[in-house]
Write a protein that binds this ligand. Structure first.
Ligand code: CMP
Length: 132
């Protein structure tokens, strides 16, 4: 997902281009302004964290681009392309390493496991919005 800061900074195209030129298959894509309920459900796993409220506020501050990308080992591949969560660990060549120094406004969210991907896809997309 391209987060609100990515859309605001006109980086959505650049981010999509990176996944596309790497060779992943785009299975679904939509732009939407998430509701508070949707953002809260998306980050429910972080509910007890001190940054949760701020994180949800940030996620509903503007439109996002939700996407489903397919590839072998897609989770690990995408996470490597996105870059580390801690800004000082995100290396050049990754999306975060090239475009942000912040932990919250970090441009992109990527599912961290197959199980998370399945539940996040179900949260953001209707089955008929996914290409076969
Ligand atoms: P994401 O990969 O979407 O997963 C959870 C998000 O919480 C993370 O990216 C960051 O945007 C945010 N996050 C994680 N740790 C912190 C933190 N210490 N302070 C603020 N935001 C954080």
């Amino acid at each position: 997902m391209v987060k609100p800061d990515g859309v605001e900074r006109r980086l959505a195209g650049e981010i999509i281009r990176r996944f596309e030129t790497r060779g992943l298959r785009l299975v679904a894509l939509k732009m939407l302004h998430p509701s508070r309920e949707l953002a809260e459900a998306h980050y429910a796993v972080h509910r007890e964290r001190p940054f949760y409220g701020e994180l949800v506020d940030f996620m509903i501050s503007g439109p996002v681009v939700a996407m489903v990308w397919e590839a072998g080992d897609a989770i690990k591949l995408c996470r490597n392309m996105i870059g580390a969560l801690k800004p000082f660990e995100a290396v050049a060549g990754t999306i975060r390493g090239d475009f942000t120094t912040e932990i919250q406004t970090n441009l992109v969210h990527g599912s961290d496991s197959l199980e998370t991907a399945q539940s996040e896809i179900a949260l953001w997309f209707k089955p008929e919005e996914l290409l076969a």
